[in-house]
Design a protein around this ligand. Structure first.
Ligand code: PMP
Length: 406
């Protein structure tokens, strides 16, 4: 058996799709702004980039990145453990800890590594890692790296979490519950207050991944932990720099005294190069923008959410369960999803195509993500174009019949 044989079915279906002229792996030939790029030679409206505040082209962030590159070079060429901790890394950690009102912060090279490294290090043999069934791949991959026993509970279901923790009540070992603020595929928020109450009642620890909620939720943009009023009860908040903060990288904040031990125990932190100066500088600048202008940016983002979500709902689409910076449009099957996604791209609109196994419950989705940088006109255009394309494929008709039937 050849080393690639196990991937044959995957490769066959990818090649079959490419043979029809559709390649789901797009290349941004030139990025023009937070909301526009050239794809396949065509000016394309971007509605699937997680660029929630549109900060990738923010002048302050760009200037900070350029200045840091000139001053400190293009890369650190080393791990945080060796030569890769610059004063700026430490400053960013202090600023993030301060933003959340927590004592400690650790910055990692990606958000993926923050989850992978920190979750798998926090719990070990004899412990229990209790995760939401719809967790992100980085959380599932942490499960593979820890010796802890993995237990899943039903997505966003406090009763299911409670049943699991009740069963573990008399077991020795730590219990770490992991949930997300906003789920990346359907855009639904966790019932966080209930999760925190239950976890604490059973003596567990709780970690919240705020990848999609930093900036978007909470009076100061601290995410669902702030909006749900549980910032002081949660043990760990994980986040990423690759969405609202417009760069790349990850972090974890906590007020637990032992937290600094993670710096010498987390392999995904220790054995990889640290973030380059440009990224650290632009993230620090972006955090300042969030603190200073967050309320206005958040208001614009949520206006845009309403325009797209309400527009698509009025047109008859089946959508994810609630308003949010991620708007998932439910499609009937994989073939139709990909065909509509492609037709949209040809019409100059880019959204994410999301199909199993990347989606929960075997759903097929066109995943849209909003930005404060979108104009109302751009989003109205998305509603009109998607309606037109979906009509062509009979999707709205099916949704309407389903609504009448049920
Ligand atoms: N957590 C969640 C919920 C995510 O959606 C993502 C990325 N999409 C990550 C973590 C990983 O973050 P990054 O892409 O910045 O590594």
């Amino acid at each position: 058996m050849g080393i690639f044989d196990r991937y044959r079915p995957l490769l066959d279906s990818y090649q079959a799709m490419r043979a029809t002229g559709i390649d789901p792996l797009v290349t941004m030939e030139r990025v023009l702004s937070p909301t526009e790029a050239i794809i396949n030679g065509r000016k394309t409206l971007l509605v699937g980039t997680n660029n929630y505040f549109g900060l990738t082209f923010d002048q302050e962030c760009i200037e900070a990145a350029v200045e840091a590159t000139r001053a400190e070079g293009t890369g650190t060429t080393g791990s945080r453990m060796l030569n890769g901790t610059y004063a700026q890394h430490a400053a960013l950690e202090r600023e993030l800890a301060d933003f959340y009102g927590m004592k400690h912060c650790m910055v990692t090279t990606t958000g993926y590594q923050a989850n992978l490294g920190i979750i798998s290090t926090l719990v070990g043999e004899g412990d229990y890692l209790v995760i939401d069934a719809d967790s992100h791949a980085s959380i599932y991959d942490a499960c593979k790296q820890t010796q802890a026993t993995i237990i899943r509970f039903k997505h966003n279901d406090p009763a299911s979490l409670e049943a699991r923790l009740r069963r573990l009540k008399d077991q020795p070992g730590n219990k770490l519950v992991v949930v997300e603020g906003i789920y990346s595929m359907l855009g639904d928020t966790a019932p966080l207050k209930a999760f925190v109450d239950i976890t604490k009642r059973y003596g567990g620890y709780i970690l919240v991944d705020e990848a999609h909620s930093l900036g978007a939720l909470g009076e100061h943009g601290r995410g669902l932990v702030e909006e749900a009023g549980v910032l002081e009860q949660v043990d760990f908040v994980v986040g990423t720099f690759s969405k609202t903060l417009g760069a790349v990288g990850g972090f974890c904040v906590s007020s637990h005294d032992g937290f600094e031990a993670l710096r010498v125990a987390t392999r995904a932190y220790m054995f990889t190069a640290s973030l380059p100066p440009a990224v650290v500088a632009s993230v620090r600048a972006a955090l300042k923008v969030v603190r200073r202008d967050g309320a206005a940016l958040r208001a614009r983002l949520w206006e845009n959410v309403a325009t797209l979500y309400d527009g698509l709902a009025a047109a008859g689409f089946r959508l994810g369960p609630e308003h949010g910076p991620v708007v998932a449009v439910l499609m009937p099957d994989q073939t139709t999803t990909i065909a509509i996604w492609h037709a949209l791209l040809e019409a100059g609109i880019y959204v994410n195509v999301a199909v199993p196994p990347a989606t929960p419950g075997g759903l097929c989705l066109l995943r849209c993500s909003l930005s404060a940088a979108h104009s109302r006109g751009q989003l109205q255009h998305v509603v009109e174009t998607l309606s037109e394309v979906a009509q062509r494929f009979g999707v709205l008709e099916t949704a309407r019949k389903r609504a009448i039937a049920g």
